[in-house]
Each structure stands twice: as C-alpha cells, then as structure tokens.
Design a protein around this ligand. Structure first.
Ligand code: FES
Length: 77
C-alpha cells in the first residue's frame, strides 16, 4: 500500500493542496486502490508547499501532475 499524507494546513491550502487532494479521484482505479489518503494539519515545511508525504518521505511544491507520476512510481505502474 502507499501511504499518502496531504497537508491541508493553512499555508499549503493557500498554495493549492485542495487541488492535489481532489486529483486523487481522477487517478486510474487500480492505482487508487493502493493508496491510503490522509489529510494532515502541517508537515513542517509551510514555505515549500503544497507538501505531501509518501510512505514517510516529504515532497514539496506538489502539483497534481507531479503527484500522479510519483504515485505511479510508488505503485509500480
Ligand atoms: S501548512 Fe503545510 S507544511 Fe505547514
């Protein structure tokens, strides 16, 4: 499984974390099935948002496209 934590804290929210969150729904079903999504309050890197944490590793300045690519890698697709 892929543990995906998306920061929904104020700073990341202002930088578009909601768009990141909703992009998960548009992923292929088989990939989505492998992801456990959790919203976080702050990942401690507010100036580099939006931030996500994937299986314990923080990735900064996330975009829906970047995330889709990363998740495909993590999911072995
Ligand atoms: S609000 Fe997202 S890292 Fe702090």
């Amino acid at each position: 499984m892929i543990n995906l934590e998306i920061c929904l804290g104020t700073a990341c929210h202002l930088m578009g974390s909601e768009e990141i969150f909703s992009s998960i729904e548009k992923l292929p079903k088989n990939l989505r099935a492998k992801i456990i999504v959790k919203g976080m309050h702050c990942l401690g890197a507010c100036d580099q948002g939006p931030n996500v944490r994937l299986n314990g590793t923080i990735y900064h300045q996330m975009t829906p496209l970047k995330l889709a690519e990363l998740l495909a890698e993590y999911g072995g697709e």
